[in-house]
Ligand binder design. Structure first.
Ligand SMILES: NC(=O)c1ccc[n+]([C@@H]2O[C@H](COP(=O)([O-])OP(=O)(O)OC[C@H]3O[C@@H](n4cnc5c(N)ncnc54)[C@H](OP(=O)(O)O)[C@@H]3O)[C@@H](O)[C@H]2O)c1
Length: 238
């Protein structure tokens, strides 16, 4: 088996996902750059290639089952396996207080941040099982840490986004348990508060700084942990 690793990063046409793709590419990983808009994907892959990172765009709307199936079929045809899946695509909806939140806002956040993670992971698992050491990284958030948001001084959480990331962490633990025997490590990463379109670029960190912990978990060796939630400093409380 060719030992060049193959990684799929969802929502990689900008923000943290783009920087994850760049950093993985610099580590010699073959990067498949997932993007729901083919034009934005091609443009982002072009920017990476100009930077010396040979990335290939893959059309992938994580909330569209047909798109997910087609992306898995294409990866199967072109590569036959997948070594790294980074579930990065994410959205933030519903800024109001919980009592003002519409169920539609909540549902929208869950479609992308939770349900699509299951859809993409399950579609890619047959390919990941063919890897000798597969890794799955779910890009979560400290806003999904129930311990942190339950602290009396933490204010009122942004319920749709926070609870969707708590749910995502639940997925991490469940997949890690199921896949432990298959030697597939599954972890959640908290990139920290980064300046991206998600938060109208209000975050103090550069997206590349946020991407670093995601890449570390994507490249864990055989001694690395599974079923954990980590930021750049170490474990984040669930
Ligand atoms: N920024 C932060 O401070 C921060 C902190 C903690 C966690 N995170 C997490 O980091 C991840 C990346 O966010 P970001 O900050 O880099 O935000 P961003 O710049 O808004 O990027 C989000 C990416 O997700 C893509 N996306 C959204 N819905 C999609 C769908 N249905 N199918 C495929 N792609 C889709 C977007 O594509 P389009 O360009 O087509 O919209 C974009 O590429 C998210 O999971 C977010 O929750 C961010």
């Amino acid at each position: 088996m060719d030992d060049t690793k193959i990684a799929l990063v969802t929502g990689a046409n900008k923000g943290i996902g783009f920087e994850v793709a760049r950093l993985l590419g610099r580590e010699g990983v073959t990067v498949l750059l997932g993007a729901r808009d083919a034009g934005r994907g091609a443009e982002a892959a072009g920017r990476l290639r100009a930077d010396g990172v040979p990335a290939t765009p893959v059309h992938l709307d994580v909330t569209d089952p047909a798109s997910v199936t087609e992306a898995a079929r294409r990866i199967e045809d072109e590569h036959g396996r997948l070594d790294i899946l980074v579930n990065n695509a994410g959205i933030m909806t519903g800024w109001g207080r919980p009592s003002e939140l519409s169920v539609d806002d909540l549902r929208q956040a869950y479609e992308t941040n939770v349900f699509a993670v299951v859809s993409v992971t399950n579609a890619m698992l047959p390919l990941l099982r063919r890897s000798s050491a597969a890794r799955i990284v779910n890009v979560s958030s400290s806003m999904g840490s129930l311990t942190r948001i339950a602290a009396p001084d933490s204010g009122i959480p942004m319920m749709s986004y926070s609870s969707s990331k708590s749910a995502m962490n639940g997925l991490t633990v469940a997949y890690a348990a199921e896949l432990r025997d298959a030697d597939i490590k599954v972890n959640s990463a908290d990139p920290g508060y980064c300046a991206t379109d998600l938060n109208h670029r209000t975050g103090p960190r550069d997206p590349a700084e946020g991407a670093a912990v995601v890449v570390r978990l994507a490249l864990l060796d055989e001694h690395g942990a599974s079923g954990e939630f980590r930021d750049e400093h170490g474990p984040v409380p669930w």
